[in-house]
Design a protein around this ligand. Structure first.
Ligand code: PLP
Length: 451
């Protein structure tokens, strides 16, 4: 055992109701390595800040999710939500695990095709699909999830000109008891828009109606909302079957399951309270098997889980730039991690751990980023041991949305590393350089000389 570091004695006011006499401690152990690779060595080799993804955790999450659904329902298919994290290495892991691709733009669609995904295994969602995008999707026999009537009519026209029978579903929005309701995408169930769209598709005879889709929200903390959604989609599918003698091949419940993160303002940590894959699987599959589908016509169940599949596999490593005191005496620690690369700091109280041994003395700390912007706050208030300049921190559960929503603002975006199953790190996205940014700029002739 190494020699303990000297800590100066402190007198602290006892606060009744606090978990212990030092106040609410967040961490008792440093996190010095990720999947067997030391944080220090990663930072010295790849720089700071640094995103790190664990292939082991990604694979174990998708396997857990698949098991939860496949043990309860005979036909299940996952589709990877590209916008959650569309780094090629990440998408490839999901495709290797059997996931289809779920995309919400022409750019994401092209990315999936370029990665080699079979067009028939691409689900095309989103409110803005251009004619060019739709033409590609129709020619590749992809699954097009219609968002509004304008799109429905465009597809009807394209089917005619391309002499194809596009495979379509509609996106349905509905009241599941969770508010505010996400009703801006797709067709509403309660007011009859969805039934109307289904009738229009069936009567046009130009498209093959293959599925029904919904995506009721994100970071949903209620499994029962999914039971309601599944029942409503099943009801629509059975109504189509009865009226048109037409089989709906799949029901797609979208994404929205929470990761283990803690939403700001929550009393208990998300890792203790958020529902699990099993909770959601139980609610959804119970609703489907209890509905009136005949046994031989039980639809395929598609899930587009994003966040819950990758958030917990992502880490952001960073370094302390400085410590200072606020005007009221509170400790302010400045990190080299800004909100431009950690968007989710706006929604979550991320778990943050020191990456080296630390003292038992803790203090209420505000963690700032390096940007010269007042909003650049990683945590407004958290109890942490003292972190010295040059020491490192690990921010946990950052794998979802940060590597797609990050922006190049004031600083450049950092390297992204994937640690494989043999604990070997791979660079999967290089850090940006000044040249990358200015290569897209064009300076008019009269401004080329700044004297
Ligand atoms: C974003 C999105 C998903 C993934 O959502 P998560 O909340 O990350 O699980 C799935 N389907 C659609 C249509 C989406 O827009």
């Amino acid at each position: 055992m190494s020699k303990l570091r000297y800590e100066r004695p402190v007198i602290k006011k006892l606060e009744t109701g606090m978990p212990n006499k030092f106040g609410s401690r967040t961490e008792y152990e440093p996190v010095t390595q990720i999947d067997g690779v030391s944080v220090k060595s990663l930072i010295s080799e790849y720089g700071s800040p640094l995103f790190v993804l664990s292939e082991k955790t990604i694979r174990s999450s998708i396997r857990k999710a698949k098991k939860a659904f496949e043990t309860r329902y005979p036909r299940v298919q996952f589709a990877w939500s590209y916008k959650t994290n569309y780094l090629n290495a990440v998408c490839s892991i999901f495709h290797q695990e059997g996931s289809w691709a779920e995309v919400v733009s022409g750019f994401e669609y092209d990315k999936a095709i370029k990665l080699g995904v079979d067009g028939r295994k691409i689900i095309f969602n989103g409110p803005d699909k251009s004619e060019e995008d739709l033409t590609k999707a129709i020619n590749n026999d992809s699954l097009i999830h219609i968002d509004h009537l304008d799109e429905l009519y465009t597809i009807t026209e394209l089917a005619e000109t391309l002499k194809k029978r596009p495979r379509v579903a509609i996106r349905v929005n509905m009241d599941t008891g969770v508010y505010p309701m996400w009703d801006r995408f797709g067709f509403n169930y309660e007011n009859g828009q969805a039934w109307d769209a289904l009738n229009k598709i069936m009567h046009s005879g130009k498209m093959e109606l293959v599925g029904l889709h919904c995506h009721i929200g994100t970071f949903m903390l209620s499994a029962s909302a999914y039971g309601i959604a599944a029942s409503k989609l099943a009801e629509l599918a059975i109504a189509v079957e009865q009226k048109f003698n037409h089989e709906i091949k799949y029901i797609d419940l979208g994404g929205g399951f929470p990761s283990r993160n803690t939403l700001k303002g929550s009393f208990l940590p998300g890792s203790d309270t958020n529902p699990s894959f099993d909770d959601f699987a139980e609610a959804i599959t119970t609703a489907l098997v209890n509905s009136n589908f005949r046994k031989e016509r039980l639809p395929l169940l598609i899930l587009e889980t994003g966040r819950a599949m990758i958030d917990d596999a992502g880490f952001l490593l960073g370094t302390v730039v400085s410590n200072k005191r606020s005007s009221t005496g509170r400790r302010n620690t400045i990190l080299d991690i800004g909100v431009n690369i950690l968007f989710t700091a706006f929604w979550y109280d991320h778990r943050i751990t020191p990456a080296q041994t630390f003292t038992h003395y803790t203090e209420d700390t505000c963690l700032y980023g390096p940007l010269c912007m007042n909003i650049d706050v990683i945590r407004e208030s958290t109890t942490l041991p003292l972190l010295n300049k040059g020491e490192h921190v690990v921010i946990h559960n950052v794998g979802a949305y940060n590597m797609t929503q990050w922006m190049q603002f004031i600083t450049l975006r950092p390297n992204v590393i994937l640690i494989d199953l043999d604990e070997k790190p791979h660079l999967i996205r290089s850090r940006e350089a000044l040249e990358n940014i200015i290569s897209m700029e064009r300076t008019p002739e009269h401004l080329s000389n700044i004297g």
